[in-house]
Design a protein around this ligand. Structure first.
Ligand code: PLP
Length: 453
């Protein structure tokens, strides 16, 4: 907050009037316990008590170039003064056009057309709505079922929430489940006891294939998947998983939607992870978060020309694609994204991530040797440690989750934010992080785990 704000008054206003995501309703109007952050710089964030912390989760997997970037702030200000808004329903603007060109240039394969939204949920929602539009125009109105994974997370709109398989997000909401079907998460750590990783992969692929057969390929419109399940607990599928599922999709003309809201824009050392890390060129890639490093909201999807060609031009059959937002291609957001991409390029951040990630992963795996940690995993600049207090339990216990919260609290006291997701403490720092800062982060995390043990 600037000097004009009174912290105590702001906290009081929040308790009285603010509804936050993931709100524990019994605590609404009480102290709540959420920190009030007041300023930030690089990988560091400062709270209202004046404590400076390493931002381990990078906001929510999004602060790629770090906080307090003057060029991004300048780009936002300049665009706001030049022209802050135009209606995307009947006009275009410079930043959106240029950003579409840049994204098309680094997206894999023939993914060459970009549709902008306001964030990740609206990006995935729009990709799924495109699938519906596509199959209606193609004259196959029944081909609309969506197959997704337990523990996947795709957003908070009605449709994307329905496609999110994390049990904790579902209670007390009515979700459009009719056309959504879940298969197992590729959770290598929790795979059936004694099963090899190869056999587990075969099992997962067979489950997908059987599901397509059961639903009928003529009824399945899309497979929706994060390259690695992020909010679901950094679940990295066995090698070959995406490729084998994509092959089945191709065989049955099912759109493969790769949700790169977390993995896009450098998190895994590449603009997108689908091709370079996971060996697939999907039909659609959704993105958000890192596209602007979190400075302003923006999301979108990039789609293959081959897919688009089937419902456009002479194949359009008179159709209108009437899906979009007042803020699709918002000029200020797109200007921020262009400045963000420039920084990623100028600082060589993709190469930096590729260089530093092995060290980060090595260090996180060392924490896996601590008695409290059942598994330590990750790829690129995303990782987690999973607290396991009962090695015989098949799933995370309530006590594991309590322990993770304690680790989280001790980390905060020590100067590091980690993001507890169930029994896991998750890290996805800004891409600018240095080796020394990784050491600082790991030392605090290690100390906090040892303190709990
Ligand atoms: N998809 C994935 C993979 C995500 O992790 C998220 C958010 O964390 C979303 C979609 C939703 O994005 P947003 O919160 O920007 O709507």
């Amino acid at each position: 907050t600037g000097s004009q704000w009174n912290v105590a008054e702001l906290e009081d206003a929040a308790h009285r009037h603010l509804i936050s995501p993931a709100e524990e309703m019994s605590k609404l109007g009480t102290s709540g316990g959420r920190p009030l952050f007041t300023s930030a710089d690089g990988i560091y964030i400062r709270d209202s008590h004046g404590r400076t912390l390493i931002d381990g989760p990078g906001g929510m997997w999004c602060t790629q170039v770090g906080y307090n970037s003057q060029p991004i702030a300048d780009a936002i200000a300049a665009q706001a003064l030049r022209i802050c808004y135009n209606s995307p329903w009947y006009s275009i603007n410079g930043p959106a056009s240029e950003l579409a060109r840049r994204i098309a240039a680094f997206a894999p394969g023939d993914l060459d057309h970009v549709f902008f939204t306001t964030g990740g949920s609206s990006a995935v929602d729009s990709a799924l709505r495109f699938m519906q539009f596509y199959n209606n125009v193609l004259g196959r109105p029944d081909k609309k079922a969506i197959i997704c994974r337990i523990d996947g997370y795709h957003g908070s709109t009605h449709l994307t929430a329905a496609c999110s398989g994390r049990a904790g997000n579902r209670p007390n909401f009515d979700l459009a489940l009719d056309n959504v079907s879940f298969i197992s998460a590729p959770n290598v750590f929790r795979r059936p006891r004694g099963m090899s990783e190869e056999a587990f992969l075969d099992m997962l692929v067979a489950e997908f294939e059987e599901r397509v057969e059961t639903l009928g390929p003529e009824n399945v419109g899309a497979f929706l998947a994060e390259p690695l399940l992020a909010s679901g607990g950094i679940l990295i599928p066995p090698k070959g998983y995406h490729r084998r599922i994509l092959e089945i999709c191709r065989r049955h003309d099912i759109l493969y939607i790769s949700d790169e809201v977390v993995t896009g824009f450098g998190r895994c050392g590449h603009w997108f992870a689908s091709e370079e890390v996971f060996d697939i060129v999907p039909d659609i890639i959704t993105f958000a978060k890192g596209v602007t490093s979190g400075y302003v909201p923006l999301g979108g999807f990039v789609i293959s020309d081959a897919v688009l060609a089937r419902v456009s031009g002479e194949n359009a059959r008179g159709s209108f694609y009437t899906n979009g937002y007042t803020y699709s291609g918002h000029p200020v957001s797109c200007a921020a994204a262009l400045a963000n991409i420039d920084i990623i390029e100028e600082k060589g951040l993709l190469a930096h991530v590729r260089e530093i990630a092995p060290y980060f992963q090595e260090e996180i795996r060392k924490l896996g040797e601590l008695p409290l940690i059942g598994d330590a995993r990750g790829t690129g600049l995303v990782a987690c440690v999973e607290c396991v207090t009962d090695p015989d339990a098949e799933e995370a216990t309530d006590f594991d989750k309590e322990v993770a919260l304690r680790v989280d609290r001790y980390c905060y006291e020590g100067g590091l934010i980690v993001r507890p997701i169930g029994s896991m403490c998750v890290l996805s720092p800004a891409l600018i992080i240095t080796r020394e800062q990784i050491d600082d982060m790991m030392a605090i995390l290690r100390g906090s785990i040892v303190r709990v043990q």
